[in-house]
Design a protein around this ligand. Structure first.
Ligand SMILES: [Zn+2]
Length: 315
């Protein structure tokens, strides 16, 4: 963007999923065994429960309650060391991960159920702070599940620092949880923005383009490269708008808007079914669900939806 068209973002959009943080992570306490033991036994201490990477929640009215006392964790015969997430409103919050094999048992229960986090987010089934904590929990659980062996020497590793590291006793390497940066962006030109359709999308849905950042790239470079690779559109300036933790399995979506300098689309058929320029009027119709051609915007919890709204607000 040119400097005079930049809009300062003073707070995240309320409906942006996974992004609303109330947790004090208290990272300095992660190696304090006495603190962690006391925190676990504090009367208001609660834990989130994952079965594999699927959150377990209590059945009931919305918002659903995803918190359990340690004594009430279902099918808890195999709880390892819980992950310490931090303090929420002064009260300790943990995560325990049960094996995926308990999912059929949970499905038979009257008072609890397991629901995948994407459905929880799209349907707004828990509070926004709990959404963020579950995103953190799921991303950490996914990292632990995939990093059981040392990438340096191949020996088994074990969790330390209340679940925020893994250590290899064989070679001494410490392994830290990963976050994989993904750029998600909208190219704009005059009154139009560039929308794409992945083969994975539901019928009619169009969204922003997205792709993983590569080593050696700035955010701006990755945005320009991805847009060019997928559509052949060249871009000049790139402006960062906001980001969203995306725990599928452990990404950070970095939302940007880029100024396109060309218009002719050359589709990369491997990544996209279709790409097209959409006017602001059409974009409004997509967001309102009234587009005459049946084009649909992604759900309100997604960063793409909010980038589309940003474009409508821009001068
Ligand atoms: Zn090692």
């Amino acid at each position: 963007m040119r400097a005079n068209s930049h809009r300062w973002i003073d707070s995240l959009p309320q409906t942006l999923g996974f992004s609303h943080v109330t947790l004090d992570r208290l990272a300095e306490k992660r190696n304090d065994a006495v603190f962690l033991e006391d925190a676990r036994h504090e009367p208001m201490s609660r834990t989130f429960v994952l079965a594999g990477d699927v959150p377990v929640v209590r059945r009931g009215d919305l918002p659903l309650d995803p918190l359990f006392k340690f004594a009430d964790v279902p099918f808890a015969t195999e709880i390892g060391e819980p992950i310490f997430l931090g303090l929420d409103d002064g009260h300790p919050r943990f995560v325990v991960t049960l094996p995926e094999s308990v999912l059929p048992l949970i499905a038979e229960q009257q008072d609890i159920k397991a629901i995948d986090l994407r459905s929880i987010a799209v349907q707004g089934l828990v509070t926004t702070p709990h959404m963020n904590m579950l995103a953190t929990a799921k991303a950490l659980a996914a990292w632990h599940a995939k990093h059981r062996f040392c990438a340096n020497c191949g020996a088994p590793t074990h969790p330390t620092s209340a679940g925020w590291k893994r250590h290899c006793d064989q070679c001494g390497t410490e392994h830290f949880p990963r976050t994989d940066p993904v750029v998600i962006m909208m190219a704009i030109k005059d009154d139009k923005c560039l929308m794409g359709r992945s083969p994975r999308f539901p019928p009619g849905m169009y969204s922003c383009l997205a792709g993983f950042m590569e080593p050696g790239e700035s955010i701006e470079d990755a945005v320009r490269r991805e847009i060019f690779e997928e559509t052949g559109i060249a871009c000049a300036e790139v402006a960062y708008h906001f980001a969203q933790p995306w725990p599928f399995p452990m990404s950070l979506m970095i939302g940007c808007i880029a100024r396109a300098t060309s218009e002719e689309i050359t589709l990369d058929g491997a990544e996209l079914d279709d790409a097209c320029w959409v006017t602001r009027d059409e974009l409004r119709q997509m967001l309102a669900g009234t587009h005459p051609g049946g084009m649909q915007a992604p759900t309100r919890m997604s960063i793409a939806n909010h980038l589309m709204r940003e474009f409508l607000e821009m001068p």
